[in-house]
Design a protein around this ligand. Structure first.
Ligand SMILES: [Cu+2]
Length: 134
């Protein structure tokens, strides 16, 4: 039974389903959907270790004191992470995200949400787990 489950998970990781790789942008700096913010992520350690916990350093110029939420999922598999990351403001538009975990290899989508009280904007950053991003 364990072997069957493992085979299914591996098949799911390498299969496509839904969005295609061509639509994914692995750049570490992305603009939010309404264009107000520029979000840059830096994994720690880098590259992201598969299965192990890691952290993200997120930089959003001008977002001092704003509500920032970070999550990640695998849209082609319809699942998120098994952990709930904790965002701590470091200052100067920098945020530390602890408790990230990519529990399987494949394409993960990191969502950074910023709420300034007027608009709720999101930036999407893809990470191919678990290889270094150029
Ligand atoms: Cu998955």
């Amino acid at each position: 039974m364990t072997r069957i489950v493992a085979a299914l998970i591996l098949a799911g990781c390498t299969g496509g389903g839904g969005d295609t790789a061509e639509e994914r942008d692995y750049g570490r700096t992305q603009t939010t959907d309404l264009g107000s913010w520029t979000v840059t992520i830096a994994p720690d350690p880098d590259p992201v270790p598969p299965v192990d916990l890691f952290a993200l350093d997120v930089t959003i110029p001008g977002a001092e004191g704003l509500f920032v939420d970070v999550d990640a999922d695998m849209p082609s598999h319809n699942h998120g992470m098994n952990t709930e990351p904790v965002v701590t403001e470091v200052g100067g538009g920098a945020f530390r995200v602890d408790g990230m975990q990519f529990h399987m290899t494949g394409d993960w989508r990191v969502t950074v949400a910023i709420d300034d009280g007027n608009t709720y904007e999101r930036a999407f950053l893809w990470i191919d787990c678990c290889e270094p991003i150029q």
